[in-house]
Ligand binder design. Structure first.
Ligand SMILES: [Zn+2]
Length: 139
């Protein structure tokens, strides 16, 4: 059994999904739109799964595919720090999924149902699906 499965089993009840990676959730999260590309003021309190959506980018999935736990990711980041600019990743927030308002989710063309379910799941469990957020099929 792989490490992530061992850890995951502790957190998860029910059907085991494909793969998840661990997200550091603040002890008292502020549910604000964190999409810098979004024109909203980012001050409105959002409800994950209702008015708050999650965007998982392809880059993030690539980055976390080999570092599913937060500990693994941090050691990977530290290893890379000397060589490449992992801090650039960190500054841009690419290392964690983006929590955002409906306006931002619409702008990015996200599948609302999936993006909402992902937001609710991540804040509840601290684990995020290892696949990019699907796009809306048609607008
Ligand atoms: Zn917004």
């Amino acid at each position: 059994m792989s490490l992530w499965k061992k850890i995951f089993k502790k957190h998860h009840i029910g059907v085991e999904p494909a793969k998840y990676f661990e997200v550091k959730i603040p002890s008292s999260p502020r549910f604000l739109c964190s999409d810098k590309a979004c024109p909203c003021p980012g001050k409105e309190q959002l409800i994950p799964g209702k008015t708050g959506f999650l965007f998982i980018s392809k880059e993030l999935v690539q980055l976390r595919a080999t570092a599913l736990t937060y500990r693994e990711f941090m050691s990977k980041a530290n290893r890379n720090a000397q060589g490449r600019g992992i801090t650039v990743f960190l500054e841009q927030g690419v290392y964690e999924p983006l929590f955002m308002c409906e306006q931002a989710a619409r702008k990015r063309g996200l599948d609302f149902a999936v993006a909402a379910a992902d937001a609710a799941y991540v804040f509840k469990h601290g684990w995020c699906p290892l696949r990019p957020t699907p796009k809306q099929k048609s607008i």
